[in-house]
Design a protein around this ligand. Sequence first.
Ligand code: SF4
Length: 1010
Amino acid sequence: MATVRVLGGPGTGKSSLLIETAATRIAAGLDPESVLLLTGSGRVAAATRGALTARLLGETPSDLPVVREPLVRSLHSYAFAVLRKAAERAGDPPPRLVTGAEQEGVIRELLDGDIADGARSWPRELRPALSAAGFVTELRDLLARCAERGVDPAHLQRLGRSSGRPQWVAAGRFASQYEQVMLLRASVGTAAPQATVPALGAAELVGAALEALAVDTELLAAERARVRLLLVDDAQHLDPQAAELVRVLAAGADLTMLAGDPNQAVFGFRGAEPELLRAGAGRTIRLTRSHRCAPAIARAIAGMAAGLPGAGWPTLDCRADDDGDTGSVTVRVAESAHAEAAMVADALRRAHLVDRLPWSELAVIVRSASAAAALARSLAVAGVPVTVPAAGGPISDQPAARALLTVLEATAAGLDGGRAEAVLTGPIGRVDPVSLRQLRRALRRRDADLTDALTGTAPPLPATLAKPVNRVRAVLSAAIRSHRRHRDPRYTLWQVWERSGLQRRWVRAAERGGVDGALAERNLGAVTALFDIAEDYVARTTGATLTGLLDHIAALQLPPVAEAGPAGAAVAVLSPHAALDRDWEMVVIAGLQDGLWPNTTPRGGVLGTQQLLDVLDGLGDEVSARAPLLAEERRLLIAAMGRARRRLLITAVDSDSGDAVSLPSPFVAELAAHAGGDTADPPCPQPAPPVLSPSAVVGRLRAAVCAPDGTVSEAERACAASQLARLAAAGVPGADPAHWHGLADISTEEPLWSGAQHIVDLSPSTLQTLSDCPLRWLAERHGGTGARALNSTLGSVLHALVADSAKTGDQLIAELENVWAALPFDSPWYAANELERHRSMLSAFVAWHSAGRHELTEIGTEVALDGVVAEAADGLPAVRVRGRIDRLERDAQGRLVVVDIKTAKTPVSKDDAHRHAQLGLYQLAVSAGLLADGDHPGGGRLVYVGKPSATGATEREQTALGPEDIPGWQRAVQAAAAATAGPQFVARVNDGCQHCPLRPSCPAHTQESS
Ligand code: SF4
């Protein structure tokens, strides 16, 4: 029963020593089955198993006995094996593991039930959080920590009462409900044998194994008799229950060796602590020479470790290798996030291109997942192939999975307008907004809609529009056929995937690499995860249905997507925890920012999970919460540094410009000193370096070639041009001037339409845009509108309200307040401001309306118009008007007065109102007899409810058109309509330019500014 502790920093050979010990003992005659080497994760177990097997085969290739039990296992795998043996002995079915996603699905369902019952079991202040996705994750985390610490639901409730924390009492009650539900789920569906035992999460495995060994003493004795040599790697990651399992086994072993590095204990948030490595009975071996990290890196690690609280942990010997290579540690500070990304990209590209390091030997470690994703995107753009960080979040939010799920929803619940549009505009249909509009228009002309097109009940469409429709129809038909034949949901999903053709497209894109390739890889990863979920659901559910699968998926978070990209061909961008157990020739630790690393924000969220662990550890509230977090963050940095073999680059941003101030972490100055700097000050912030990448080189050469006269010498320009020619000949994208923006030939100079038969359709508002600026009309008609979704929604709400003039002001305001909560405002303060503004607009409208009743009588609101207002003549086209008049009134002389309600804050001038094209077109429509109520125009009025006046709202008037005015207005409208033919569209500067989405690239304004 001897115990040996092996302590050592990164790469000091702890794992090798354990392997060597096992191999030596087996070679000396120890039965291999009596050796058990436990590791912290399955990945390390696989690597260690390979190393031990190679070692054994090299030593004693022929006389190794056949073993039935693996020599190397992860701790969880061993606990699972114990449970399986216990079940076998008791004649029970084997134990069953549930995934984290499945657990969160059950928690979500139970919380939804609590919310429906009024959530009375939860503290009042927590109730609003119950529906949040983050709360589910937090609650699962709390339950997992309890399971790891052996805290049952009743114990958790007691702790809550004694500590005055009602959230733990509620969580304890919830945990007991959760346990019952998991047992019930297990007992339902006995056709699936694996569903007849309680399902366990990973956190519950070790506790359940300990319980099994405590109950079945024969099993315990057999395990103790079998395991004579117990080896434990990474013992600093063991939580208290895992440590207890090791103690239970060690009690029977001849020799127990515990290896670890307390300076790399980084799972404190999971309750892990290096308890077993603390001095106790037995010997302690200290390994001080790192065989992985070069001396410069070892020195920096030792320097950082010296700042840890407590003493007596091993440090590193920093002597140079025999070959004299000391490695390097570089600390660089950038003056912006962009400059930091450029620094990292340049360093990685130089390491690959100049120093010939394979991409797979380079890694970037970033503290936060969002920063990792952003940096990965920047690196990909700079030409560094990266493995994309695992995707997270609801699977239904992943565009690739969303596309397939929409088809399944349409199959199970029927196709509606929303689903039809989603599937047509998604990756399967690939219809862009302009084509979608054309498609809708074509269908409207045939009295059909998108749903009719996809169900085959619409009349035939032109070939270009029919192509995507047919593609989506084929996918939908395949899914419906499979569903009607009662195939299992996996088969239906497969039918959708296969008929979509997405696999071919995404695999090809992934092989090509680049940004599109990375996106395709992520899509493929999401689809693989979707199939895994479907497989899992069908395997575990008796009578699985398509609707059941969709409900199941709706409750799940996406499990981590496997790392994308061909192995060995990309730089890993990952978190420090994900980097544990791996090492690379060069490691970049990026984003070492103040507040982010160290992150000393108290963990545990609203449920106080960290405080629970503190209470279980006997720590009171008076103990500093910051000090242990600071130490853990330092250990995490040490662990990250220990992943580098020869080179370590550390980067941070020091910037006080812009909205956010970014300061380097205090660790940066410390690292700079350990890296060989003379002072403890961080290096000066540097601008973005020129990245050694094709796009950057091409950009610099193009800048020289196209520089204005006199800014570069002609020799320099000629040299840049010849280098560009070389790059273009080598096929480097962007080097060939034929591909440069603005240099391509004009594709056609034909007008968009021609011929006397052509009738131009205009709405009164588009006529106004066309008269103001034909170029803006062209852009807006083809999708070039600004992001004004909210403003146009607000305008529609107000127009809809004022259309019902029978309502009083109070009724209108009450209705406005009713719909307000459903509007998509970004911030409450803006919503409150806008509500106030709209209230006063409604009041202004009501005042204007009642003030004008003595001269006007309402005929109708939202009055439809449709008809020809001018026939083709003198080379000008015929014009048909289509639209709605906000209000149609009759004046004292019986004439029709057109009223247009405006929500803009600035009225047009009185002169402009007389020339107002929209009002003029309305009056033309009246005089052309397009309205049933008369054909005698009585003028038009623009009512600016956003600009209150003595009469309620500011009014601008256009005088009534007399017969003599009609031909002039017709010609003006026809001339404006003729401009829609092109092929040239005039940019006409006008009062609306400041709100025009084209303004940044408008030729009229570019010429002004140049
Ligand atoms: S900025 Fe003015 S001139 Fe230019 S396109 Fe827009 S409206 Fe026309």
